[in-house]
Design a protein around this ligand. Sequence first.
Ligand code: NAD
Length: 492
Amino acid sequence: MQRITIAYGDGIGTEIMDATLQIMKAAGAQLEYDVIEIGEKVYNRGIQSGIAPESWDTLRRNKVFLKSPITTPQGGGFKSLNVTVRKTLGLFANVRPCQAFSPYVKTHFPKMDLVVIRENEEDLYAGIEHQQTAEVIQCLKLVSRPGCEKVIRYAFEYARAYGRKRVTCMTKDNIMKFTDGLFHRIFNEVAAEYPDIEHNHFIIDIGAAMLADKPERFDVVVTLNLYGDIISDITAEVAGSVGMGGSANIGDDFAMFEAIHGSAPDITGKGIANPSGLLNAACMMLVHIGQSAVAENIQNALMKTLEDGIHTGDIYTEGMSNERVGTQQFAEALIERLGQRPEHLKAVSYNKEQPPIHITVSPTKPVVKKLVGVDVFVDWTGANRNPNELGDILKELAGDNMKLKMITNRGVKVYPDGLPETFCTDHWRCRFVSLDSLLSPVYQGTGAARPMQPKDIADLLTRIDNAGINFIKTENLYWMDGERVYSLGQGE
Ligand code: NAD
């Protein structure tokens, strides 16, 4: 018997959770439940995260969470419950299978059967945003080596465990050479350890277009958080119905399972919601906790129910469907079919011996870090925003140990040798590099120039401040193990 946490959520949440629990019980799932409250009722009590503090104890104790959708409150001040749960419990991989059930559920891609595995904790979702000038706001994209390795390794282990043949990585590393480049590089490193699984890479823009046009060509897709968020919605949509999809959020010790759709307020209380999304999520959960025989039974009965034309309104098609049923009738029809297998759709068959997937990441190797410069960002609108004027002021402030290398505006080099046509905002990145780093390697550290220290930056900022220029942030420039690990400015 496994004890899990469940939450009925909002909108159609209760209707689809009742149907799901009923079906799992009839199929012989060995489960006990603790119920926690999440969503609107909790937000309305003034708890901004949408989950009461005492519920965390239940989640921690049971480690497995089956969650119905919630209604996200409108307006500022509220935090996304999903993001809070994912980050708090370290749920690093979001797994979303998207399968066509054609012709029973209408889709343009009858052979589509893929899984999107999305990194769940990092990237632009760190939620670190700052307005720095009247005109410019930034959002930090943070990507870590262990974060990438965990999700990529999970994708390969998942492919092995579920008999999948190929893992495709999608990044934008032609533009973001360091962040997305890290994800791609680790993908290649990890792929080499799985010679039994094919691997390839697509730039995310063409990859997303291919997923929308030829999804049957893909098997497992692994990608960063934002891209994964977008492509998993594309794949769910083109698979046929948002009402069918389930997803898992997997961590080292915890896991959360949910339907991909929301609380569907437009059909709430009508008893017509399709419970298949939550049910498919529940089947992912059953496999995760070692009750894969029960999951197999439910998924095969679900496909048989679809084949028999017993359809909820969202997937009902004249000519293909035999009966338009509500949530409860759909559950009953499925329960009647437990033990049966689909005749036309591909039956599910799990490897019952499969041990649970556990991911160990490689320890981080120490690096030799050398400070070689600093990007100082300034808020400046003087001299009609003429970059040469700013350059002339700043080059005098560089001191005896650094040199002003360039100034960019939104990444475009405007000093020296900028073009007058370039549109300039009030946000300037001014790159100072140490004279030591400009020497050829033979002369570095010989005393020909003093190696740069963090205090040099503090002194530089003091000089900039004394000159009446408003600095807004700095980024240190490093070499690590002798390699440049920051992007060059255009034309540098
Ligand atoms: P939605 O997914 O709730 O609904 C979109 C459309 O799909 C609606 O027409 C709805 O009736 C239909 N639909 C969804 N699930 C269905 C099902 N099981 N059976 C039949 N039809 C179904 O998306 P929305 O309307 O944009 O969002 C409603 C609320 O849900 C919002 O507050 C949103 O923030 C929230 N939401 C929550 C989650 C979550 O908890 N994980 C996910 C997405 C949206």
